[in-house]
Ligand binder design. Structure first.
Ligand code: ADP
Ligand code: MG
Length: 240
């Protein structure tokens, strides 16, 4: 009997002869905010890409909300409630910030009966401090604002699991604590989060658990406060 929301077992991903993920196993339980850490190039974004269906796996299994999604297409995974953002979000040229948020709403598999929607657009615009640019072209936002808009858009889809790839990169320090508050609130209302991040203050504030990747393998699965005393983690970050 398993209650895992996401279960990744023996996941491997190779690009040609390069084994970027070797043997990755971890799970995310409902209500958790799991940090996915590791040095540059350790395979964090690749892991998110495979889990969310943007890249095919080489080996291993992925189950989400009780379903095997190992070979499922992106739209099916999204419909099940696993929604992700990108390390480098790109925004459409001809849509305003408000229109992008409107388009983020998930419908009920093409039928018209509404599913439970995420937060209202105006609430999100306030929470992410984007209200003053709501009518601007989304593509004209700063890098940090694009990040925030991509997180807000993902929340509009009311995900069961929100996967974020470096959500604070480029985001002004003063807005990072706002982001922590928004994400905590989302998880308190029944969500869960898997977040790739480098900002240790953000991680300590937000994450209930951390897993650390190094060269395609998990080297630690611990509380945020235990990271700095873990010799394998320290060694991975200092390099050999
Ligand atoms: P991280 O997000 O941890 O910084 P990535 O998952 O982006 O790392 O990349 C891990 C390794 O996989 C890097 O060496 C990168 O060059 C390689 N890689 C990532 N995507 C591809 C791809 N599409 N084709 C070939 N190699 C890739
Ligand atoms: Mg990355």
């Amino acid at each position: 009997m398993t209650t895992e929301l996401l279960a990744v077992r023996g996941l491997a991903k190779a690009f040609g002869l390069s084994n970027v993920l070797e043997d990755v196993s971890f799970s995310v339980m409902p209500g958790e905010i799991v940090g996915l850490l590791g040095p540059n190039g350790s395979g964090k974004s690749t892991a998110l890409n495979v889990i969310s269906g943007f890249l095919p796996r080489s080996a291993g299994t992925i189950t989400f909300a009780g379903r095997d999604i190992s070979d499922a297409p992106v739209h099916a995974i999204t419909d099940l409630g696993l929604v992700r953002t990108f390390q480098l979000p790109s925004m459409p040229h001809r849509m305003t910030v408000r229109e992008v948020l409107k388009a983020g709403k998930r419908d009920d598999g093409g039928r018209f009966a509404p599913v439970a929607y995420g937060p209202e657009i105006d609430v999100l615009l306030q929470e992410f401090r984007l209200a003053h640019v709501a009518g601007h072209a989304a593509s004209a936002l700063s890098g940090g604002q694009k990040k925030l808009l991509s997180v807000a858009t993902a929340l509009r889809a009311n995900p069961k699991l929100l996967c974020l790839d470096e959500p604070t990169a480029g985001v002004h320090v003063s807005l990072r604590s706002d982001l922590v508050g928004v994400l905590r609130n989302y998880v308190a209302q029944g969500g869960a989060c898997l977040v790739v991040e480098h900002d240790m203050l953000f991680i300590r504030d937000l994450c209930t658990r951390c897993i650390v990747l190094d060269r395609g393998n998990i080297i630690a699965d611990c509380l945020p406060g235990e990271l700095e005393n873990n010799p394998r983690v320290v060694e991975a970050y200092l390099g050999k």
